[in-house]
Design a protein around this ligand. Structure first.
Ligand code: FPP
Length: 243
């Protein structure tokens, strides 16, 4: 079943999700503006995506911009949006040629139309790829996602496509932005903060978490490999008792 967790941990995580935190502090430590850190962080995404096939990571989901990030200064928000546009424009061909299928999750309504057009094109251009499934969370919030899903579900009930008594744990995920993805097995947050900050709330119910001190622009493929190995040595019971 697509949404069920990875039940063979010795194989390593199949779906890794990352809260890429610490760009601002990384830049400040170098006496540079925060956007300098975001650009360095964007370069890290490529290294991490490239490391995935060797590690058996088929799905990688990264938190690029949260529904709360609009509260940052107008200059930082504009800089990030421009970075996303440039990143997509620059990377589309490489992603396509290297077998990466890209999807975006989050609410697109508040994003500008130039950016959403680029997002649509990238999704379309890479839709036949299957080596690694990269999902970028952009204007994403877990609660917002559940609220939007519930709205659609309620509409289906109101219009007779779904019976309220048939709604169960299998129903809601079909309405989430992530409906075609398996649940994450491993969620990593960089930069020393031990919070999940509204990321994949429903989907991470049984995920393993790793909170590491490394600031995102310093994160390497070697570190991902270490975390994947350490995941493989854990005993995931999903509420049951070990055999
Ligand atoms: C958190 O660091 C990072 C962000 C809000 C933006 C993440 C964006 C990227 C890594 C670049 C683009 C990604 C893609 C997929 C193109 P922070 O600013 O909160 O750092 P701080 O906690 O040190 O202030």
């Amino acid at each position: 079943m697509l949404n069920s967790p990875n039940t063979a941990p010795e194989q390593g995580p199949r779906h890794v999700a990352i809260i890429m935190d610490g760009n601002g502090r990384w830049a400040q430590a170098r006496g540079r503006p925060r956007l300098f850190g975001h650009h360095a962080g964007a370069r890290r995404v490529r290294e991490v995506v490239e490391a995935c096939p060797k590690l058996g990571v088929k799905y990688l989901t990264v938190f690029a911009f949260s529904t709360e990030n609009w509260k940052r200064t107008q200059a930082e928000v504009a800089g990030l949006m421009s970075l996303f546009r440039r990143y997509i424009t620059k990377e589309t061909r490489t992603l396509k040629e290297n077998g990466i299928r890209v999807r975006f999750i989050g609410d697109r309504v508040r994003l500008d139309s130039k950016l959403t057009a680029l997002m649509d094109t990238l999704e379309e251009e890479t839709k036949d790829n299957d080596l690694v499934h990269l999902t970028v969370a952009l204007n994403y919030g877990g609660r917002d996602e559940v609220a939007r899903a519930t709205k659609r579900l309620a509409r289906d009930v109101a219009e007779g496509r779904l019976r309220a008594e048939d709604v169960d744990e299998e129903t809601l995920p079909k309405y989430l932005d992530t409906h075609v993805l398996p649940d994450p097995d491993l969620v990593i947050r960089t930069s020393g903060e031990a919070r999940i900050s509204n990321f994949l709330l429903w989907q991470s119910a049984y995920a393993e978490y790793e909170f590491i001190d490394t600031l995102w622009p310093d994160f390497t493929a070697a570190e991902l490999e270490r975390l994947c190995r350490s995941y493989g040595s854990r005993d995931r019971r999903f509420g049951a008792v070990s055999a």
